[in-house]
Structure formats: C-alpha cells, structure tokens
Design a protein around this ligand. Structure first.
Ligand code: FAD
Ligand code: FES
Length: 251
C-alpha cells in the first residue's frame, strides 16, 4: 500500500450519473481483484473517498464512480493533468481457489465495478457467469467487459434493458436451470446482499460478499467502518474486508 500522487489522464461519463477516472500512478502497480483505493479530492474534504479499483493496465488505474455527494461531484469536474493523492491498494480483495472452477458474479449498483476486476483477473482461467442488475437502461455500463464472461445476464429493475428482475433473481433462475457455481462472489446494495445470503444458505453455496461501509482512514486505524460478524465480534471492513465469507457477517 502506498500514498500515490496520481495524475488524471481521463475523466469521463460512462453512464447516467456514473463516471470513470483513469490515473497515471507514475509506476506499474500490482492489485488484487476487489481491492480499493482511498481517493483524496482535496480542498475542505478531509476524508478520502473509498472506490473499488476497476481496471489496472501497467501504470494506469481506472475507478468508476457514481456521482453522489460533494466529493464525487468535485471529482467529476477534475480534468486531465489534475494530481490527487490516492492511497492503494487497500483491503483483502476476492480470491478464487484453484479448485473453484465455476464462478458466479452477482452485482448491482456500484458493486458492478469490483466484479469487473474479478473478470479481468480470473476470466481466462475460470468459467465465469455474471448476473448484473442495473436500475434502468441509462445506468447500464461495463457490458463490453461482462460480455467476455462465459455467460452474462444483464437485467434492470424496470425491464428497459434485459429482463425485468434483479441480479439475485437472475442468478436464482439460472441456478434452477442447473448452472450451479463452485463459488459466488458478490457486491452491491445491502438489501441485494441480504437476499443473496438467504439464497446461498438455502442452496448451501460458498459465497463471498464485498461490503460497503462509510470509511475514514481506510487502513484499519479509526474504526469508522466496523461491521458485526455472526460470532458477535466486530470486523473492520477496510482492513479485515471488504470481502467476507457471507456466513461470517451480519447483513
Ligand atoms: C470498499 C468500498 C468500495 C467502493 N467502491 C465504489 C465504486 O467502485 N464506485 C462508487 O461509485 N462507489 C463506491 N463506493 C462508495 C463510495 O465510497 C461513496 O459513494 C463515496 O464515498 C461518496 O462520496 P461523496 O463525497 O460523493 O458523498 P458524501 O455523502 O458527500 O460523502 C460524505 C462522506 O461519507 C463517505 N461515504 C458516503 N457514502 C459512502 C459509502 N456508500 N461508502 C463509503 N463511504 C461513504 C464519503 O467517503 C465521505 O467521507 C465504495 C465504498 C467502499 C467502502
Ligand atoms: S476506515 Fe478506519 S478502520 Fe476502517
């Protein structure tokens, strides 16, 4: 992990309310799928913004972000040449074991972006099926990446793109048709992860979820990001996660 002074090379809209920013980190970086960066947007915004690392190509690192509050509004306005502090790579990330051949990716909302990094890291070695839920057609992004998976089911809440269902329903439908994975990797809004947890428990499937919590330091020191585990202890999402076995955390 290092606090890079990274230079924006591109910052553009990729879908409704979603932008992708690519930084030149000044040197080649090594990252595991599902890890994240903590981006300082400067000025009066003291707290950094945690964003999943979506793509790494040599010195170039791309983050995709939804415009939400002040920090991401400010990031959106930044042009090529702007230099920002980016602390990365942070967190544990996703890890697919040798014997886990069939992998299901279940994602929704901004949870789509870390799953793109899984596809880029494991796509060549594993049989990956991606079940990705978007709000509507305008929010659809990353399709060119997900289409590289063995199977891609892109669905929307309103049926304006793909079937009218959510990512968990798309996964469940395929499961019922006999496409049973060795492991499920998921990221998305908590209600989505909760529904997935119920399904994988019923189906006795191994599942890892990447959690999104408000963060401060991003390195395990401030305890802003703690979540409850199923054995009664607390875990730091930034340092012990953000990826947890679904049966280890309360959702
Ligand atoms: C591990 C991890 C990975 C993430 N990956 C992505 C991603 O790839 N793309 C994306 O669009 N978003 C991602 N998020 C959510 C993203 O961090 C928030 O949307 C963002 O920080 C909002 O900042 P803001 O200034 O626009 O909003 P504001 O509401 O103005 O933020 C105020 C403060 O709250 C924090 N905050 C607000 N919402 C969140 C949130 N959901 N999670 C964590 N901190 C929050 C901000 O960092 C900031 O310190 C991720 C969050 C985590 C924890
Ligand atoms: S954000 Fe500080 S401990 Fe996790």
């Amino acid at each position: 992990m290092k606090d890079y002074i990274a230079t924006i090379v591109k910052n553009e809209k990729i879908a409704e309310n979603i932008h992708a920013v690519t930084f030149d980190m000044g040197e080649e970086v090594a990252v595991r799928a599902g890890q994240f960066g903590n981006i300082s947007v400067g000025g009066t915004h003291l707290l950094r913004r945690p964003i999943a690392i979506c793509k790494v190509e040599g010195r170039l690192v791309t983050f995709c972000y939804q415009i939400k509050g002040e920090g991401t509004q400010k990031l959106k306005t930044m042009e090529a040449g702007t230099r920002l502090n980016v602390l990365m790579p942070l967190g544990n990330g996703f890890f697919v074991e040798e014997n886990e051949r069939k992998v299901a990716l279940v994602g929704g909302g901004v949870g789509v972006f870390p799953l793109i990094s899984v596809l880029r890291e494991y796509g060549a070695q594993k049989e990956i099926s991606a079940y990705i839920g978007y709000r509507n057609k305008g929010a659809v992004c990353g399709v060119e990446e997900f289409e590289k998976a063995k199977k891609f089911a892109g669905v929307t809440d309103d049926g304006s793109y793909g079937a009218k269902m959510n990512a968990v329903q798309a996964f469940e439908k395929d499961l019922k048709e006999g496409n049973r994975p060795d492991v499920v990797l998921a990221c998305g809004p908590t209600p989505m992860l909760r529904a997935l947890k119920t399904l994988v428990e019923k189906e006795n499937l191994l599942c890892y979820v990447s959690l999104e919590e408000r963060m401060g330091c991003g390195i395990g020191a401030c305890l802003v990001c703690v979540c409850d585990t199923t054995n009664g202890a607390k875990a730091r999402v930034c340092k012990d996660g953000p990826v947890f076995n679904a049966n280890e955390v309360q959702l």
